[in-house]
Ligand binder design. Structure first.
Ligand SMILES: *Cc1c(COP(=O)(O)O)cnc(C)c1O
Length: 393
C-alpha cells in the first residue's frame, strides 16, 4: 500500500488517478484537467514534450546510470559546462544530488565546512520566518513551517527573521561572528505560503554578508528557471551558493544541484584530504536526469521562455485586476505564480473537487489557493484556471 505525502491516511480523500498526460493536461478515466500546479512546480515544459522524452530515451539506449565516484560521463560533463555558462557570476562548481532537500543539505554542509576548513568555529545559521527548504532534518531546522514540521520543535543555532531590513541588520549586529551562512528562498517563499518580498532585502543581505564574511545561499529549488519572472533571482543579486531542483530537469526526473562560486570551491581545494567535501549521493549526476536537464535548458533558451513568463504574468494581472472578496486577505502575483490568501482556511474546503469538476487540477494548502502553471500554457487555459479560482468566491 502507498503511504501518501502530507496526509492523514485515515481521513485522506482518494487521490485522482492519472492515466495519461500531454502538454498542460492530465487525464483521469473521466476527466481532462489543466495542471495548475505543474506537478509541484517542476513541469515547466508540460508533459510528453517530444524533445525531453527523446533525450531520455536516447540516453537510456546507452546507459541509464553509472556512479560518479571514480567514473564520469558526457551527460554530466555537458550539463555542468552548460550550467557554468547559463548561471550568473562565478557560480561554476556543480555538485549534483537526487532531490532539492539533499541539495540544501549539501549547501549547508558546504557552508559549514568552508568555515571549519579555514579554522573558524562559526556555528549558527540565519534564515527566514516561514521558510521552507525541504523535509530532511537540517533542511527542516533552517525551515520555519509549523504545518509541515510540527514534530520538530528543537532548533539550536538557527535564527529566523522576517523579510524586513531592520530585522536583518539586527540579526547581523547580534550574531555576525557566529553565522556561517544565511539561507533564503529569494523573492518568493513557496511552501511557506507563496510570500513575496522585495529585492532590496536581498541587496542589503548581500552587503551584510560581504561585510561580515558570511556565505549567502539562495535556495532557488522553486524560484529557479523563471518562476519569479527572473531567470534566476541570482541574476539580480548573486549568492555564494545556489541550489536548484524541481524544474532543473523540466520535471522529468528528480535531480538537483548545489552550485558553489570560486571562493567556496577554493575553501576545499588544498593538499589536506580532510578538506574534501565528504558527500556523494548514489544517484548524483544520473545520466538520464542530466540528459533531461540539458535538453530542458536548451528549450528554455531557444524558445524564449522569459517572454512566455512575462505574458503569463500580464494575463494574470489583467484577469485578477479589481477582483476581491471579503474572505480574501490578499492576492499576490509574481512572474508565473499567483496566490489568493484567505483569512480562514475553511474558505478553501471543497475547492479542489470544485476545480476538478470544471477541468482544473488545483491543490490549495492551508490559507492559500494558488497557481504555478507550466510555461507552455495557452491564454485560454490560463484564463480558465483563473476564472475557476475567482468563481469559487
Ligand atoms: C521543494 C523545495 C525543496 C525540496 O525539494 P525536494 O526535491 O522536494 O526535496 C527545497 N527548497 C525549496 C524552496 C522547495 O520549494
Amino acid at each position: 500500500m502507498i503511504w501518501y505525502p502530507y496526509e492523514q491516511m485515515k481521513t485522506m480523500k482518494q487521490p485522482y488517478k492519472i492515466i495519461d498526460a500531454d502538454g498542460v493536461y492530465l487525464y483521469t478515466e473521466d476527466q481532462k484537467l489543466i495542471d495548475s500546479v505543474s506537478s509541484w512546480w517542476c513541469m515547466i515544459h508540460g508533459y510528453k514534450h517530444p524533445v525531453l522524452t527523446k533525450a531520455i530515451k536516447d540516453q537510456a539506449d546507452r546507459f541509464s546510470h553509472v556512479m560518479l565516484g571514480g567514473l564520469t560521463h558526457d551527460p554530466v560533463m555537458k550539463l555542468s559546462e552548460k550550467l557554468q555558462e547559463f548561471l550568473p557570476g562565478d557560480l561554476d562548481y556543480c555538485f549534483f544530488s537526487d532531490s532539492g532537500s539533499v541539495a540544501v543539505e549539501v549547501a549547508l554542509k558546504m557552508a559549514l565546512q568552508f568555515n571549519t576548513n579555514r579554522g573558524s568555529r562559526r556555528d549558527m545559521v540565519l534564515s527566514l520566518k516561514n521558510a521552507y527548504h525541504g523535509d530532511t532534518f537540517k533542511a527542516m531546522e533552517v525551515g520555519d513551517d509549523e504545518d509541515y514540521h510540527f514534530v520538530f520543535k528543537e532548533k539550536k543555532g538557527v535564527v529566523h527573521i522576517p523579510t524586513e531590513i531592520p530585522a536583518l541588520e539586527e540579526a547581523f549586529a547580534n550574531y555576525h561572528d557566529r553565522f556561517y551562512c544565511f539561507i533564503v528562498e529569494p523573492l518568493l517563499q513557496g511552501a511557506g505560503g507563496m510570500r513575496m518580498y522585495d529585492l532590496s532585502f536581498l541587496q542589503r543581505a548581500r552587503e551584510l554578508c560581504d561585510e561580515y564574511d558570511v556565505l549567502l545561499i539562495f535556495d532557488e529549488v522553486a524560484t529557479g528557471f523563471g518562476r519569479t519572472g527572473n531567470r534566476f533571482v541570482a541574476d539580480r543579486v548573486c549568492p555564494d551558493i545556489l541550489v536548484l531542483g524541481k524544474a532543473l530537469t523540466g520535471g522529468y526526473i528528480g535531480h538537483a544541484v548545489t552550485v558553489a562560486n570560486h571562493r567556496v570551491f577554493q575553501g576545499f581545494y588544498s593538499d589536506d584530504s580532510r578538506h574534501a567535501l565528504m558527500h556523494g549521493p548514489t544517484f548524483m549526476g544520473n545520466a538520464l536526469a542530466c540528459s533531461a536537464a540539458l535538453a530542458s535548458i536548451e528549450i528554455f533558451e531557444k524558445e524564449n521562455y522569459m517572454e512566455k513568463i512575462k505574458k503569463i504574468e500580464a494575463i494574470t494581472r489583467r484577469e485578477m485586476d479589481g477582483f476581491s472578496d471579503p474572505r480574501i486577505k490578499e492576492v499576490r502575483i509574481m512572474g508565473g505564480c499567483v496566490c489568493i490568501e484567505v483569512h480562514d482556511s475553511q474558505t478553501l474546503k471543497g475547492f479542489q473537487q470544485y476545480a476538478y469538476e470544471r477541468g482544473v487540477f488545483s491543490r490549495p494548502f492551508l490559507n492559500y489557493m494558488y497557481a504555478m502553471v507550466p510555461y507552455v500554457i495557452g491564454e485560454e487555459d490560463l484564463v480558465k484556471i483563473l476564472s475557476v479560482m475567482k468563481a469559487w468566491f
